[in-house]
Design a protein. Structure first.
Length: 120
């Protein structure tokens, strides 16, 4: 499941991942976050991984297409908070931090409120 919240006041997009991500969920989220990505001068992201059961193959292709089409907006990303207790997600977060100049910080699950405070 993919849940998200857009906070225009603080320019934060918070995404929570639980289980497997479907194409339908991803498509709905993309429609909601496209406008803030284009309009906001500064973007902050909080990604919380409660659990991750993978992605439908169609969702993966749509996610890659979305990332490619919005690469120009990556320079707007100032902070990314990743909330996880999974080592490989932490390592993947470190890898993706090389694609933009913003700060990335990883928090454990019990640190969700610290992550929210830091990303703002």
């Amino acid at each position: 499941m993919l849940n998200y919240n857009v906070d225009p006041e603080n320019h934060v997009i918070e995404v929570t991942i639980s289980g497997k991500i479907t194409k339908e969920e991803l498509t709905k989220m993309i429609k909601e976050i496209e406008v803030p990505l284009k309009e906001w001068e500064e973007i902050r992201i909080l990604k919380r991984f409660d659990s991750f059961g993978g992605m439908e193959i169609a969702a993966l292709f749509d996610d890659l297409k979305f990332a490619y089409n919005n690469f120009a907006h990556y320079k707007k990303i100032k902070k990314v908070a990743v909330v996880t207790d999974t080592d490989w997600i932490e390592k993947l977060s470190d890898f993706f931090s090389n694609f933009f100049s913003g700060e990335v910080q990883v928090f454990e699950q019990e640190g969700i409120e610290k992550a929210r405070a830091w990303v703002r």
